[in-house]
Design a binder for this molecule. Sequence first.
Ligand code: 5GP
Length: 193
Amino acid sequence: MEALKQKILDEGRVLPSNVLKVDSFLNQQIDVKLMEAIGKEFALRFADDSIDKVLSIESSGIAPALMVAKELGVPMVFARKRKSLTISENVYSVDLFSYTTQKHTQVIVDQRFLTAGERILIIDDFLANGQAAEGLLKIISRAQAIPVGLGVLIEKSFQSGRQLLEKANVRTESLVRISSLVNGHVTFLDDGK
Ligand code: 5GP
C-alpha cells in the first residue's frame, strides 16, 4: 500500500533492536484518514470471507481494527493485557511474550465476546515474530471460532512471524513488507523489483 509506505519513509524512525517507531501516525497520534484507507483495503481483501468479527489486541491494533470492522459492518473485539488478578474468571487467557517490551503478559478476552463457529479476522499493527498473532489464534481456538486470516499493516519480513503463520495455515495479508531496518534505513521487500 503506497500511502502507508510513504508515511513510513516520511515519519518512521528506526530504533535499536530492529524496532520501527511510527508513533506519529499509528502508535500514539493516529492518522485517521490513513486508518480509513487501511480499513477499506482490508475490507476489500477479505470481502468474500464472510467475516463475523474483527479481533485485535490493545493498544496499537485497535485503531486499524476499528476501521476494518466499520467497513465490514461487524463488531470489533480487542484482547486486553491483564492488569489485575480480580478480572472475571470467564475469560480466554494466554501468556504472550511482547517483542517491544521483552516481557511476558497475560492477554484475555471475555468469553461473552467470542462464540463457537464465528468467522474471525485478526488485525494488528505489526507482525514481527508472530507471538501476538499466535496468542490470538489460541484464544480463537479455545472459543471454537474460526480464524479466517490475519491482516497486518507492517510486516517485518526479516523476522519469523510469517513462517510461523504459514506453518499454521493462516492466510496473512500485509499492507507493507519490510525486508531490512539495517543502519537506520527502511528497505521494503519489493524495492528490488
Ligand atoms: P510479534 O508478536 O509478531 O513478535 O510482534 C508484534 C507486536 O509487537 C505488535 O503487536 C506490535 O505492537 C509490536 N511490535 C513488533 N515490532 C514492532 C516494531 O518494529 N515497531 C513497533 N512500533 N511495534 C512493534
